[in-house]
Write a protein that binds this ligand. Structure first.
Ligand code: NAD
Ligand code: UDP
Length: 316
């Protein structure tokens, strides 16, 4: 297949490009490098079935016939989407529309990378796909949450009214090599701090929970959904739930770091708990994650060590 991956120079997008190339497909990666990096796809420079196009998907574009559009382009970490608030709303709305138009034109399949943030600060736990969520529509996080909720609505509308063959994956917190060191997410912050000998910054009292999925598990789930016939949103994440304080302790253990924990204020509207119900993915796709947090952090250690060292080298 000829596949288009938007956001392909980002963390998840670059791993998706690798997996699609490994399956024998040709891949065009469209990315404006807002939060991604050429480094993430540098190893593909001499791959004849891979092409990078620097492109803002919020502007109309067309790189020719495509069989499958994977739309991942959007700032994703809270720090990034708060810094790029309008661009985030545009990526979810205009960007999604341009990608759906391409899918319509070429009768291509389309997959939207949506998010657990669609559930907001959830009142149902764990979160099933049938839960409609508890989102503050005007709070600071709304630029991301509502953009993704709009993107889901747009995707379903193109399916219902324009006959585009669509999928929607709700991705839960994912980590691994190529997670940007400075994107402010909890795993990148804690790994950077632990390996750099700084205090680990726990926001609030650390009792809020998250469930962390290793990147290879997430990509396997996305590809299983992509090749299924399931049109409704599907959770792909790891259901092992950790408080943020527990997560900090696991990072200290895996890195062998003696850093201290420092408490800082909890950001506004920070969800108190998050854990995917993945019974649908298990039943429909035969998918479940295989790699637990300790193992996944262990597999990410070399990347984070190198990133901290090169960050320190460029700062000095
Ligand atoms: P990332 O920031 O590493 O990657 C996003 C990529 O999109 C970057 O390369 C960025 O430059 C690109 N981009 C942003 N706006 C663009 C635009 N207008 N035009 C072209 N490219 C643009 O983030 P990620 O973690 O890889 O996230 C990828 C997707 O997965 C996002 O849609 C995100 O919402 C979703 N997601 C990720 C997670 C996670 O835990 N990583 C969780 C839920 C959802
Ligand atoms: N967090 C933290 N310290 C950090 C970064 C994040 O305690 O240095 C907390 C954050 O408040 C949230 C959780 O970790 O409760 C996950 O945050 P992240 O930014 O990774 O993603 P989110 O799941 O909130 O989108």
């Amino acid at each position: 297949m000829h596949v288009l991956v938007t956001g392909g120079a980002g963390f998840l997008g670059s791993h998706l490009c690798d997996a699609l190339l490994a399956e024998g497909h040709s891949v065009v990666c469209a990315d404006n490098l807002l939060t991604g990096s050429r480094d993430n796809i540098g190893h593909l420079a001499h791959e004849p079935r891979f092409e990078f196009r620097e492109q803002d998907v919020c502007r109309p574009f067309d790189f020719g016939k495509t069989d499958y559009v994977f739309h991942l382009a959007s700032p994703a970490s809270p720090e990034d989407y708060l810094e790029h608030a309008i661009a985030t709303l545009q990526a979810g709305s205009l960007g999604t529309m341009h990608c759906l138009e391409l899918a319509k034109k070429y009768r291509a399949k389309f997959l939207l990378a949506s998010t657990s943030e669609c559930y907001g600060d959830p009142l149902e736990h764990p979160q099933k796909e049938s839960y409609w969520g508890h989102v503050n529509p005007v709070g600071p996080r709304s630029v991301y949450d509502e953009a993704k909720r709009f993107a889901e609505a747009l995707t379903m509308a193109y399916r219902r009214y324009e006959q585009v063959d669509t999928r929607i994956v709700r991705i839960f917190n994912t980590y691994g090599p190529r997670l940007q060191l400075n994107d402010g997410r909890v795993i990148s912050n804690f790994m950077k701090q632990a390996l750099g000998g700084e205090d680990l910054t726990v926001y609030g009292d650390g009792s809020q929970t998250r469930s962390f999925c290793y990147v290879s598990d997430e990509i396997a789930g996305i590809l299983a959904l992509a090749t299924s016939d399931e049109p409704e949103p599907t959770n792909i994440g790891n259901p092992d739930e950790f408080t943020i304080l527990e997560c900090a302790r696991v990072v200290l253990e895996v890195t062998g770091s003696h850093s201290n924990i420092r408490y800082e204020p909890l950001p506004k509207d920070d969800p108190k708990q998050r854990c995917p119900d993945i019974s649908k993915a298990k039943r429909l796709l035969g998918w479940e994650p295989k790699i637990d947090l300790r193992a996944g952090l262990g597999m990410s250690l070399d990347y984070f060590r190198a990133a901290v060292q090169s960050g320190q080298a460029s700062a000095s």
